[in-house]
Structures are given as C-alpha cells and as structure tokens.
Design a protein around this ligand. Structure first.
Ligand SMILES: *Cc1c(COP(=O)(O)O)cnc(C)c1O
Length: 367
C-alpha cells in the first residue's frame, strides 16, 4: 500500500505480505505432502484482511478465526474462501455463524441444535467438527459416550448440519503436548464414530501450531488430515524457541512495530520522592544506575499490554518501563543517536501482535 507522507501515523504495525506468503507456502507445502489441509488462522493478527487473502491465495482450505467480526471483515474485503469458526459458537451469534461461515468447531448439543434450526431457516447446510478434549481441558467433549451420541444426533437427525469430522485442541490451556499418542487417541475417537455412522469422516483436525512439529519431523499419524495454524506461520517463534526446531525456512520478522520518540533526556534511573504505586496500582521496582540517556515513545501498555513482549531492534536499547500511553527506553548504550521525531522499530511476540493489531491507536500498514 502506497502512502503519502502526510498519512503516515505512529504507532504503526507493518505486516510484510511477501514474507508472510513465504511462510504460508512453506506450511501448505509441508502439510499437503502428507495429505494435511490447512485452516489459516487469522485471529493472531486481528484478521487483517490482506493477510486473510494471502492464506486463501496460498491454498489454505479454510480461513479460520475465533471472532466473527474478523471473518466478516475478510468477506467484505473480497476474500473468497471457506470460513471456519474455531471458537465454540455463542448461542447469541448463531444466525451470524450460519450466514457467514461454512464450518464451525462444536462441543455442545444445545448449540448444535440451534445451528441446525438456523441452517434450515437460512436454507443452508452448515458443516460441524465435533471437538474432543484429550486432556488440555479447554473446549471439547470429555465423555466419549456424549461425543458419540452428539455425532449420531448430527448424522441422523440434524438435517441442516453435516458432520464433517472431529478435532482437538492441545497446548492452549493445559499446556498438554501434542504427541503421536494424542493424535492416535483422536483417530480412535474418529473411528468409534465412523463405526457407528457407517462411513468415513472427511476431517480429522489434529490441532494448532503445537501439532505442526509432527509434520516437520515426520511423526504425524497418517489419518490426521487437517491442522489449524496461526502462530506457527505468522511468527514461527514458539516452535524455534520452545520446541527447539529449525525454523529457518520461515521468516520470524513479518511484523514490525514502529513508534515515535517524543522526548530524549538524561535522567536518573531511580525515582525521586516517596514511592507509592505506579499507573496500574503496582509498587514498582527500580534499580539505581545513575543518570542515563532515556527516550520516551508515544505508545504504551494500552497497545501492547506486556513490556517483555516487544523487542527493540536497535542494539543497546533497553526497555525499562511503560505506562498506558508511554514507553521508556534506556538509550545510553545505543549506537544510533536518537532525537525527538525519530522512529524506533520493534520485533513482536505473538501476544504483542495480537494486542497491537487489536489496538485502535495503532495503524496497520501492509507492504
Ligand atoms: C487459536 C486456535 C488455533 C490456532 O492456534 P495457533 O497456536 O495460533 O496455531 C487453532 N485452533 C483453535 C481452536 C484455536 O482456538
């Protein structure tokens, strides 16, 4: 996107669509080789529609989000795709779910019945994936009998729905590792259902980024044929940092946060006066390192929430604190000399990408 200088506003998050396309291509290629389709998950970047388009262009079978607003935005932007809702639908959003998505993840019979009614009303067939909880303890059927009964109900009685398959989610709440054993448990659940309904299920969705290592290291059981991936494509950092995988085939710097310097001064490092509480009601801890050169930037916790989740690209720059709308950086040891009006760039963690792209104060620019 070309911009006039007058239009440039900070803070800004820049998304590099060329690097992003490389990462999506890499994931699609590695998965399709072993018969796995991908749901490209857009919630990590708040559904930036240009990003959704890249997922679709690169051959993701589904575009997925936990938020209907993001799906609607992608549709409005003209991204033609099969849309998947990956958070269990709220009863209050059922008509919207049927109207704008093709498939949803489910774990409640009341919701399935409501989806069915609405699908019939809108003269549509809505696909459902039943979620089974394999121990991570977020969404999904825990009781196998309940799972089986729900599957049979959808298959035989809810004619507005199509039982597309089953799925699971791991490593989101309970930190449970996605392993071939867990995948085999999922396949066993699928086969239990298949036996009862007398046909094969189309989709066995083996999880999110945390299941991607099994694709990379060749241990994914063959019947798993779908993954829903966000972080592993948009940042590709967890698999490198937490799982020790070589992720050099993916870019880790698709997103850049840019913020503007609003003050540069030499100041003490230890506050002067009687200490009480900071802007968020916490007692701060401060190390006295004498007088240091510090820069104040026009961005704050409102935009990125966690101080330790953004990383200055300038060597020697050290984040020392923030309040709602200010970021304080020690620039004493920084090579580049900063002045008011200069721009600093930051790498982002997954959480920081989520927060900054969600922030109304942060401009989003795709290049
Ligand atoms: C968020 C989410 C994903 C994608 O997770 P990543 O770790 O970003 O790959 C997949 N499935 C469900 C159900 C989710 O909520």
């Amino acid at each position: 996107m070309k911009m006039d200088k007058a239009e440039i506003r900070y803070p800004m998050v820049e998304m590099d669509l060329v690097k992003f396309r490389n990462n999506v291509d890499q994931a699609v290629m590695r998965c399709s080789k072993i018969g796995i389709s991908l749901a490209g998950v857009i919630k990590g970047f708040t559904g930036i529609p240009e990003g959704a388009r890249v997922f679709a262009d690169a051959g993701c079978k589904f575009i997925a989000s936990s938020r209907l607003e993001q799906i609607q935005r992608a549709i409005d932007y003209g991204v033609r795709a099969s849309y998947m809702l990956i958070r269990i639908p709220m009863l209050s959003e059922i008509s919207e779910v049927i109207r704008i998505t093709d498939i949803s993840l489910n774990s409640e019979v009341a919701v399935l019945k409501s989806l069915n009614e609405e699908a019939l009303k809108q003269d549509k067939t809505h696909k459902v994936i039943l979620m089974t909880d394999l121990g991570d303890l977020r969404e999904g059927f825990w009781d196998k009998k309940e799972l089986l009964d729900a599957a049979i109900l959808v298959e035989n009685e809810l004619s507005g729905l199509e039982l597309a398959g089953i799925g699971t989610n791991l490593g989101c709440y309970g930190s449970v590792k996605a392993t071939p054993e867990k995948m085999n448990e999922l396949i066993a659940d699928a086969e239990m259902i298949e036996e009862a309904i007398g046909r094969r299920l189309d989709i066995i969705s083996g999880g999110a980024t945390s299941s991607f290592p099994m694709v990379i290291n060749g241990t994914m059981p063959p019947r798993i044929n779908n993954l829903r991936i966000g972080e592993g494509i948009i940042l590709a950092k967890d698999l490198k940092d937490l799982y020790g995988l070589d992720m050099s085939f993916m870019h880790q710097d698709i997103f850049t946060l840019k913020a503007e310097v609003i003050e540069v001064k030499n100041k003490p490092t230890y506050p002067k006066g009687e200490l009480a509480f900071d802007a968020f009601g916490k007692a701060g801890t401060y190390e006295d390192r004498g007088i240091r050169k510090k820069a104040l930037l026009g961005i704050g916790k409102v935009d990125f929430a966690y101080l330790d989740m953004i990383y200055p690209r300038d060597k020697g720059a050290k984040i020392i604190g923030a309040s709602s709308d200010h970021l304080i950086i020690d620039i004493e040891d920084m090579e580049r000399k900063l002045k008011v009006g200069d721009i600093m760039e930051f790498d982002l963690s997954y959480a920081a990408i989520v927060f900054t792209t969600n922030s109304q104060n942060v401009k989003i620019v795709c290049k």
